[in-house]
Design a binder for this molecule. Sequence first.
Ligand SMILES: Nc1ncnc2c1ncn2[C@@H]1O[C@H](COP(=O)(O)OP(=O)(O)OP(=O)(O)O)[C@@H](O)[C@H]1O
Length: 725
Amino acid sequence: MTATEEMREGMAIALQAEDEDVRVAAETTPEQASQGAPEEGDGVLEGTVVLVDQAHRPEPTDLLAELAARRRERQPLVPLWLRSRADALQVLKWQAEHTGYVLAYHALRTPKYAAKLAGRSPAGAWRLLVALVRWLFDLEGRPVRRAAATKEEAAEYLALSRQRDDRVKARLWTLLVGVITAVLVGIFATVAAPTWVQWAILGVLIAGAGVLGAPADQPLLDRAVVPNRVRKLTGDQVLDALGSLGISAINQALGKNGRGITFPAPIMRDGPGWRAEVDLPLGVTVAEVLDKRDKLASGLRRALGCVWPEPVSEEHPGRLVLWVGDQEMRKARQPAWPLAKSGQVSLFEPVPYGNDQRGRPISILLMFANVLIGSMPRYGKTFALRVLLLACALDPLAELRLFELKGTGDLSALEKVAHHYAKGATDSAKAACVASLAEVYAELDRRAEVIDGLPRHQAPEFKVTPELAARRDLGLHPMVVAIDECQELFADDEYGEEAAKYATAIIKRGPALGIILILATQRPDKDSLPKAISANAGIRICLRVMGWQENDMILGTGMHQAGVKATMFTLNDKGISWAVGIAEDPVIVRSAYLDGPTSELIAERALHLRQTTGTLSGQAIGQEGPQRVSYDLLADILTVTTAKEDKVWNSTVVDRLADFRPDAYGQWANLEDDAKTAALTARLKEYGVKTEDTWGRDAAGKGRNRKGFNRSDIADAYARRKAQP
Ligand SMILES: Nc1ncnc2c1ncn2[C@@H]1O[C@H](COP(=O)(O)OP(=O)(O)OP(=O)(O)O)[C@@H](O)[C@H]1O
């Protein structure tokens, strides 16, 4: 299509004006076009000429959004390091250490400085003598006097000579007085002053002469070479390091005609390190820099473990926050885990987990969430999981169901407080795990029924509250199900499918009902970790992994591309992870290091706590572990009821079932009546049997309505199921 044809159709085209570098667009309306199109090639374009780059006209904008954006541009009123006591202390400590270092550096070199001064003192004495002679004989005025003589200006010359004679006379007297005073002081000092004063005077004279004799280009003091550990981070270092990454757009920006790299905020201390905020050149993303963290560290001449580039999600993808620690993260002294020696928790509050690069504590709110932990082997998954579980154990209300399918006994400290516990990649451990999951699966419906049956003001958001969790009659206490090396279970031919079904339901519905599922895996692929499970985990902790697929499987799709890359961790970064879902932005966090003996001590405390509150249950009090029972609920109900009972209350049947088969229904026996009703309602729902208000008489013979069912519905459901192939 030619330009003319385009115009005929009312389209805008861009033309290049010959003389000026201004691009214009020509535009015609259909009417103009209909008046006749210019001939092709005649070079005349008709129509209105409009600038392609329109003059700036204020656009109607979202004022509030603009104000919010501008607010973000403000510098913080209080510097970052002054916002927390811990950070301020860190900075002051650093400053004190730095000053101490510089002083010590110079103090150690005092002999060298003294020798330098002594060496320079003859030159200084000579300079002093020359200056004195020049001053005494007024040699500065000599050129002027000579000029007057040369021009034969007798009067002027005489005046200048007279002035010079007077001056020399006065200076001679001054010098004489000075010399006599100095001689007297010298005699006095030699005769009467203590030796140290004599040495001090001599020292001051030599030092003074040494200072005067210093060459202009050789300062007396050496530069205090600040050790690498506390070396200041400067803008030049950051630019040099970015320039060494081999990213062409960065090199262009740093080149002669480049538009440069900008720092939206000054480089400042932030905790035990420096923080630089950088706007990368147009088109360069933080993800590209993260990929080259080792090169960046090399460019900065810092250890890899000190260099932590991060994206800023609320800004554009080119905004980089570079935090450079004084020490490698793994070597930095980690503050003690706050619960190591004392304290208990409520899972409705965040529990301490570890520290970020700056040493700031990182806590995780486990309630209403699920956790997925992943990494390649030996990078600290189980340690991370154990920290969380020890915290859970310190909530006396939390029921722990722990399955460590690796078999090394890393969670064995917690066995004494666990409702269910099994270890090993054995069939029995997997069977126990599936049986426990099946119970929790049934518990989902029971809890939902209980919450649904509560007055609205007690559960306004249809979820467990701390008050509801504390009421034992409701059975809504926090329940923590943890499976370490969960790939052993999900990839198992016999148990995998069933386990995945339960885990998927628990991960989706559990959070609101006070059930927390924590999974750890070293093989985060789709066979070992069903998509429905990995997609629904709210909190994700990813220690070192080798590829972006594993990274995204654990942290969520697109995370690697967004710069949240656990691939950047190195061999030595044990226990260090990217964590998503615990704060607004992903954070780098190192889990608290709790070794075996420390974990034992904490678990002992958890045991005492539970003994005091009377919340030990299950295997912790010697009950049998979860069994995969092959019983038939419908058949059992038909057994414990008679054909004459056409309508029967749930709670009555639950009591009979618990008597009839304690191993299968025993756990219902201790529930309150309402909870018994809810438990059976939930189970019957699975078979399509409805419960409804049913008239009956209680143990005292009093007539009332309670939840029950028609026995014939049970018989029908049983028959239907039997009829199925
Ligand atoms: N927070 C931490 N700080 C320092 N070192 C840690 C930390 N967490 C774990 N480690 C070290 O990492 C090692 C491996 O930890 P862990 O057993 O938890 O790894 P894992 O990923 O569970 O391994 P596997 O896949 O074999 O089960 C530990 O022996 C410990 O020395």
